[in-house]
Design a protein around this ligand. Structure first.
Ligand SMILES: [Zn+2]
Length: 252
């Protein structure tokens, strides 16, 4: 099928869906300058062993290692702007054609683009929690102070180390968010999957949950994914060009 036919087909399915949702991965934020945290090819791990700096046990053992590693990224994450892929998904929600976004991304670019219902299965950077007493605070002031003085962020109550509310290796996914993401996946009749190679759970599992319950899978990614054989439609194109085209088609 020609690419423009596929765009029309995707637009058609989304328009007539009873309950469409999106599942997004690192590829959606790449054009906003955010590297893929979990991908070994992203270059992030050349500077450090992920199991030391970005695992829960590594964090407890030596939190400074995590903060030193994350410092060059923190500024990028705090200032990154949504790109046309984020904006297209937000517009789909505004048009009433998308009920929720399940994302692996810890940045807030979906929300900054205007999306309302965003389920962040790998956590986010808006808050941080003390690893000793579980006191939770807004993370932005902590990060700004850390970027200025490089001192380990500590708890105002007990002096314990503060950990951003992102899911590190070896840590459980947030239970309530995963529950909602699974329910959305069971309920949807169209799942628009964008910018994920679908290699890592839960991104690898949720589309199968959706499909088992009768949903059509639309995959938008510039390279092949693990679940291509399960898809009803594949758009082999960058998400920042493909998704705006789908939205433009729906407006016709
Ligand atoms: Zn504390």
């Amino acid at each position: 099928m020609a690419n423009d036919k596929k765009i029309s087909q995707a637009a058609e399915w989304l328009k007539h869906a009873r309950h469409a949702i999106a599942l997004t991965g690192a590829g959606v934020s790449t054009r906003s300058g955010i590297p893929d945290f979990r991908s070994p090819g992203s270059g992030l791990w050349k500077r450090a062993d992920p199991m030391n700096v970005a695992s829960m046990w590594g964090f407890i053992e030596y939190p400074q290692g995590f903060y030193d590693w994350v410092k060059p990224l923190a500024q990028t994450l705090l200032t990154a702007q949504p790109n046309p892929a984020h904006c297209a998904l937000a517009e789909l929600e505004t048009l009433g054609c998308l009920r929720a976004i399940i994302t692996q991304n810890i940045d807030d670019l979906h929300q900054r683009a205007g999306s309302k219902r965003v389920l962040q299965v790998h956590g986010h950077l808006r808050q941080a929690t003390c690893i000793r007493c579980y006191h939770m605070v807004e993370a932005q002031p902590l990060f700004e102070k850390f970027l200025a003085d490089s001192d380990l962020p500590t708890c105002e109550i007990c002096g314990g180390v503060m950990k951003p509310n992102v899911v590190l290796f070896g840590e459980m996914l947030p239970v309530s968010v995963m529950y909602e993401a699974t329910e959305e996946s069971k309920r949807c009749d169209v799942m628009l999957i964008a910018g994920s190679s679908l290699e890592v759970a839960p991104a690898a599992d949720l589309p199968l949950v959706a499909k088992k319950n009768g949903a059509k899978l639309i995959i938008v990614n510039n390279s092949s994914t693990v679940l291509d054989s399960q898809a009803a439609l594949i758009l082999r194109e960058d998400v920042t060009s493909a998704l705006p085209k789908v939205v433009a088609q729906m407006r016709k």
